[in-house]
Each structure stands twice: as C-alpha cells, then as structure tokens.
Design a protein around this ligand. Sequence first.
Ligand code: UGA
Length: 415
Amino acid sequence: MKISIVGAGYVGLVAAACLARLGNKITLVDIDKERLKQVSQGVSPIHEPELAEILGQVDIETTSDYQRLVDSEVIFICVGTPSNDNGSMSLEHIVEASRRISEVLKVKRDYCVIAVKSTVVPGTTENAVIPILEASGKKAGDDFGVCMDPEFLREGKAVYYYMNPARIIIGELDPRSGHTLANLYKDFKAPVMRTSIKTAEMIKLASNSFLAAKISLINEIGNICKALDIDIYEVAKGLGYDERIGSKFLNSGIGFGGSCLPKDLKALIARSRQVGYKPKILEHVLKLNDKQALRMVELLRRHISLKGATIGILGLAFKPGTDDVRESRAISIAEVLLKEGAIVKAYDPVATQSFATLFPEIEYTTPEEVLKCDAVLIVTEWEEFEHLDYRGKIVIDGRRILKAKEARIYEGVCW
Ligand code: UGA
C-alpha cells in the first residue's frame, strides 16, 4: 500500500521502518530536516535495537512537503502530544498536522484513510481532527476515512513490539475506514478489535494507566515489605502465579518514567477532572511514583551526609535499551543531590548526551570512576551493571541489580 507517516518520532520512525520492510511504499513527513536526512541515509536518529538495520535495508521517501502525500492510501498521524502545564495534552502538533493534511485532501482525488496513531484523550479525533480535515471541503466517511489506531510499542524493543503486538485496536469512523486498516494489518498475528474511535482512544490511555497503577501498587507493597524485612521480589513471584495478576510489570523499584506512562496518566486525570470526576486512584499512582524515586536519596542520607560528598549515578535512561531520558527517575534524583550540595558523577551506556543537555554540571564518566564515589545510586537496570565490582562500596539500588549486593553497604529501595 502507499502509506504516509506524519511525524518521525519513536512511533512514526518505527512504523515507517516496519511497514516498509513489509513491502509498503512509505513517505515519511517531518519538519525536522536533519532527522529526515539521517533516515534517508539509513541512519537511525534514535537508539533503538534493530531500527538502524531496517532503515539501512529499506527505501523510505522523506519529505517536509505535505503535497507529496497526495497519492497516499493511508496517512498515519504520529506526532507528539506532550503535556501542558496543567497535565492536559497539548494538541498543537495534532492540529497542525491535521491542517496540513486537510490542504492535501483539497486536491486529492482518491479515497484515503487518515489514522491517528498519536496518543490522544477520548474525543480528540472526532472533535478536533475531523473538523479540521473537513475544512478541506471533503466529507469524513464519504470522501475520506478516519481511524484511531493506538500504538502499544515499548521503547528499547520497539521494532519487536510493533511487529508482534498483543492486539491491534482499530477505532473506526465507519466500516470502510476500519476495513482499510484491517487489510493493512492482515498478516500480523494478533487479535484485531474493531471499535468506535473514542473507545480506541480510551483503550490506549486506560492501558497505560493500568500499567502505571500496577507499578505503583507493587512499589507500595515493596515499601511495606522493606519495613517488614520481606523480599518484595519473592512476594511478586508468588503473586505472578495467579493469572488474574500476571507476573509481568511487577518489578518494584523507583517507579516509572518515559514519554508515555506519566504523560498519559496526567492527561487522563486532567480529562476526567474536566468532566467532573476526581480520579483518586490515578492521582495517587502519580504521587507515589514521584515520591518513590526520592526514597533513594532518603536511604542514602542514612549512610552519608550529602553536602560535599561525591555521589555516583549508574544509569540515566528511563529504562534500559534506550537513550531516552524523558521523565527518567534520574532527573529528580540528580536535582535533589545537586541542590543539597553533592558533587555528582554519572554513567550511562547511551543516554549521557541527552542527560548532559539537562545537567551540564554533572561529570559524565566511566562506571569504574562512578564506583570511586563516596556512594553510588543504581537508577537504570542496564545488564552491564551486573558485571561491575561493587565490593567495599556504599550502594543504594533502585532497580535490583543482584551483583551490587556484594557492596559493603547495600540498600534496595523496596528490599
Ligand atoms: C509504555 C507501555 O508499556 C507501552 O505499552 C506503550 O505503548 C508505551 O508506553 C506508549 O504509550 O507509547 P514505554 O514507555 O516504552 O512503554 O516503557 P515501559 O516498558 O512501559 O516502562 C515504563 C517505565 O516503567 C520505565 O521507567 C520502567 O523502568 C518502569 N517499570 C516497568 C517499572 O518500574 N517496573 C516494571 O515492572 C515495569
């Protein structure tokens, strides 16, 4: 199929690469010309396993000119929906993309489906996107189709999860729109659920809220376990045998970061409040998550006075396998350490550059140098941290690195 993808962020890039590999003709649109240049040279602008390899093999047309979308059969909107200050989602990029696509629709002769892949709050596609598209003079459902097709990939294994989704959710304006997308995904081995547009929007937000709640719940139980001297990881193992609970996403520690879980939770809370419902559980999930990272610093204070001490941070990415530091737990931890007068040294295998733009005052160095600090905090569970020498050190572990237990003083955040 002839497919256009608007937005060369995580979702857009991965979708473009995977759909191209499946034999579709892809046009990738973005305003960031540097990013597009990298893609056209077969270079991945982000650190994501398998992505660079695929980009090196496939042929993707890259452009900043929306008129190149004119012969598309499907146009995916994959632009970012960052948080506003009040937690609601900013629709700035969605609105702009819709407006530009609307210009294309004006001159487009054949039917095509516009599919929103960006995460949006329920009602956005119908109340914001469709009216802008219809400003073209064309009618949604007659002249063009509309779907909401949420993406569930996970960073660090994005290609794998794109190609092997747990489910494909197609929110459709009408059967013809849904049928076009279902046809595109016909070779994926995953259950396909066709539903209304706003239900699809809600499934995405509910999914991330549920995952966030699962993490905060296991962290809360972990905090209680630590006080009672019980191993939370053994407790989680016992819980996981129950199929209703499941064994995944029960790793307690310093909580969730990233560009999705915190943002989507905030957006659902804000939307819920707008419609007059105060979502107390979701609000608590977020509050507990914010506090959880700082528990590391509280534990550290029991062993060392922060002022003037050198404190090492191992891991800056919000999780292993990525160079993404958005909402990384390392951010709030570094802020407190620096504010309290500590000298901070840090190491991450891939995320140092992004972190250095936020914290130029930190010294970025090797893991060995970090381990020479007065105390060390483990913030991301990179596999290589299982091979360091922690003997004689003070280590506060936020992510359960078993080897670190050999330290002279070792404290897990929930264990
Ligand atoms: C998340 C969802 O898992 C995806 O399903 C979703 O598609 C994606 O957001 C999105 O909306 O685009 P992602 O942000 O890539 O994916 O990362 P996760 O693997 O979910 O991890 C999020 C955070 O939770 C990380 O900071 C991780 O360290 C933390 N986490 C995860 C835990 O603290 N404990 C766990 O057991 C699992």
